[in-house]
Every structure is written in structure tokens, then in C-alpha cells.
Ligand binder design. Structure first.
Ligand code: AMP
Ligand code: ZN
Length: 146
């Protein structure tokens, strides 16, 4: 494990231990949820496991399920609040290439509304749809590893 991945250097573990402050939304024995310090939109929440798992592969799958369940509850709470929310994105960056910056797995729950300035960027090749044969070949590569 590299230095950046260690529990000792983990911002979120410091939040869990109370060393760093957070604006908490929800807490139970397995996960906690709090506001992102640099929100895409007001109400942007992070749901994190209490266990220090750098990547998804390190996370117990039941805890992964719990992360999603709490994400669902949080999304519903945001929608029922008076925060501006016309839609919600769940985002989980697993690995640096996917945009991960904090090495403690976390689920972003992001309230969205029209013209909020956030969005996804697609490369040119995205617009050339693959054939069914190509899709099937890729599907096989994944399915045989499940
Ligand atoms: P990611 O790029 O998916 O690893 O996202 C990391 C997120 O953690 C970013 O959206 C940061 O704004 C957020 N973040 C970093 N430090 C803190 C902190 N101390 N409290 C709350 N959110 C944080
Ligand atoms: Zn951690």
C-alpha cells in the first residue's frame, strides 16, 4: 500500500475519528454521510464506509450494498428538502483514471438541476456506436470473469 492509500494519511478516516470536522447527514454502524466540502451543487453528499477501503475491490460487498442503500435514502431526503433538485447523480470514482482523489471509497450523491453547469464530457469515438458483434465480444470478456 502506497503512502497516499494508507489509513494514517486518510482524510475520511480523520473525519470518522472526529479529528477533522464534517457536516454530518447520517450515521450508523457501517457508513456515514456528510456534505462534500466543495459541492457541485448545494446538497452534494458523500456516503462513506466506516472501514478504510481504498478501492471498490477492497470493500466488503455487503457494505457496498449499504453504501448504495444509504445513498438512496439521502437522495430521497434531498428531493424532499427545499434544496434545488430536479435530478440526482450517483458517482463513484474508483481509481485515479476515474477521477478518484481521496483514497477511501465514497459514493457521491449530487443533486442536479437544468443548466447547473455540471456535466459529462464525451470523446469523438463515443458518437460512433459499436456493432452488436463488438458489444457481444466485450460482454463476453466481462461475463466470463463474474
Ligand atoms: P473523488 O474525486 O471522487 O475522490 O472525490 C473526493 C471528494 O472529497 C471531492 O469532491 C472533495 O471535495 C471531497 N472532500 C475532500 N476533503 C473533504 C473534507 N474534508 N470534507 C468533505 N469533503 C471533502
Ligand atoms: Zn480512510
Amino acid at each position: 500500500m502506497s503512502n497516499k492509500e494508507s489509513k494514517e494519511n486518510c482524510i475520511f478516516c480523520k473525519i470518522l475519528s472526529g479529528e477533522f470536522e464534517c457536516s454530518e447527514i447520517y450515521s450508523d454502524d457501517t457508513v456515514i454521510a456528510f456534505l462534500d466540502i466543495q459541492p457541485v451543487n448545494p446538497g452534494h453528499v458523500l456516503v462513506i464506509p466506516r472501514e478504510h477501503a481504498c478501492y471498490l475491490k477492497d470493500l466488503d460487498k455487503d457494505v457496498g450494498g449499504k453504501l448504495f442503500q444509504v445513498g438512496q435514502k439521502v437522495a430521497e431526503a434531498i428531493r424532499n428538502s427545499d434544496l434545488k433538485c430536479e435530478g440526482v447523480n450517483f458517482l463513484l470514482a474508483d481509481g485515479e483514471a476515474a477521477g478518484q482523489e481521496v483514497w477511501h471509497t465514497h459514493l457521491h450523491v449530487v443533486p442536479r438541476f437544468e443548466n447547473d453547469g455540471f456535466g459529462f464530457k464525451f470523446s469523438e469515438k463515443y458518437f460512433e456506436k459499436p456493432s452488436r458483434e463488438e458489444l457481444n465480444q466485450v460482454a463476453e470478456k466481462i461475463s466470463k470473469k463474474i
